[in-house]
Design a protein around this ligand. Structure first.
Ligand code: FE2
Ligand code: FE2
Length: 347
């Protein structure tokens, strides 16, 4: 049976500073800000979205601004990294040159299974992978040639565009339990399970659907410890369904099995359903529609603070509190980056 899950919808993280975050994701990663709003469950803090403006699905990275949180660390319940894909292989060394030019910490190009990947850290310490698929035989000499390429990149060319997410990597301590969970609740299957080239005694466990067998690539470490979701962490991973009917079907399944869930919540741009995987990672099922243009014109997306109608009555107080928060939370641009821990997919 075809899975109701159509792939990733969005990934939400935590930032310390909205100004720095906006500067980085638009100027350095070349994404478009498509929504500037507040966290609907914590309305005096921002929620900012960057995406392909024509689509809610598969490419939106969003951030809650929580300046006073501690720094997060990876582990169970606190996913490890996310990955974007680009369409051309040449884009990977170009990204490396561009990031170096901007003094962003970046890894060498690494061969991963069937991909060439590059890793960087954003100003909050989030690990971001940029990858592309490689067809045919690849050997170490080939990758080393790629690493020697240097480009004079002064802006993000169209072939470098981050198209959509390739995968997200949460952490699990039990491969079989997590695979069964996705199969039973969401109709997703284990695509493959391979040794993790970056760390002994750990594996990469792919979960996906018939179209993409690995939009989730869990890092499986039997003795993984609990993580903490703080600044620089992935807060939750959202997967897409076509409509609310499919979402309701998943909610019924969760309830029948006795898995706690949020019920369906109207987020204005889509509807959301939240629950946790067996390792405590927060997941969301979100509908494709109605989309970001429901309250703003396409050309104005993300340009000003928008609130869902039910929060408009708090607008004055929200704006005051955000201004106060900004005064206490200065933004340093360009930021001081943390170095990248290598190898990148180790715990
Ligand atoms: Fe990865
Ligand atoms: Fe979400």
């Amino acid at each position: 049976m075809e899975s109701l899950i159509k792939g990733l919808h969005h990934i939400t993280l935590v930032t310390k500073n909205f100004q720095v975050n906006s500067w980085f994701y638009t100027n350095i990663l070349g994404l478009k800000r498509v929504k500037l709003s507040v966290n609907q469950d914590d309305i005096f803090h921002r929620h900012v979205f960057y995406s392909n403006p024509n689509s809610t699905v598969g490419s939106t990275i969003t951030f809650f601004e929580w300046p006073f949180l501690e720094e997060g660390y990876h582990g169970l319940g606190s996913p490890h990294h996310l990955s974007y894909f680009v369409e051309s292989l040449e884009a990977i060394p170009k990204w490396k040159s561009w990031l170096k030019y901007n003094k962003v910490p970046v890894s060498e190009i690494l061969y991963r299974n069937d991909r060439a990947s590059l890793y960087l850290r954003d100003p909050d310490g989030v690990i971001i992978e940029i990858s592309t698929r490689i067809e045919g035989e690849v050997d170490a000499a080939y990758i080393s040639e790629l690493n020697k390429l240097e480009f004079d990149v002064r802006n993000i060319s169209s072939d470098m565009k981050l198209v959509a997410f390739d995968h997200a990597s949460p952490i699990t301590a039990n491969e079989e339990v997590v695979a069964r969970f996705f199969e039973k609740i969401l109709g997703l299957t284990k695509g493959y399970s391979i040794l993790n080239p970056d760390q002994e005694n750990t594996r990469i466990v792919a979960i996906g659907n018939e179209e993409r067998n690995d939009f989730l690539r869990y890092i499986y470490a039997e003795n993984a410890a609990e993580g903490y979701v703080g600044i620089g962490s992935i807060h939750h991973i959202a997967m897409a369904v076509d409509d609310e009917e499919d979402q309701r079907q998943i909610m019924r399944k969760l309830s029948n099995i006795g898995i706690r869930n949020s019920g369906i919540i109207d987020r204005l741009w889509f509807k959301s359903l939240y629950f946790r995987d067996p390792n405590g990672n927060l997941l969301e099922i979100a509908t494709r529609g109605p989309g970001y243009t429901v309250d703003e014109k396409l050309e104005e997306l993300g340009s000003k603070l928008v609130l869902p109608p039910w929060l408009e009555k708090y607008r004055n107080e929200i704006e005051l509190r955000l201004a106060e928060q900004d005064r206490e939370n200065p933004s340093n641009i360009p930021p001081h980056y943390k170095s990248l821990r290598l190898p990148p997919e180790s715990l």
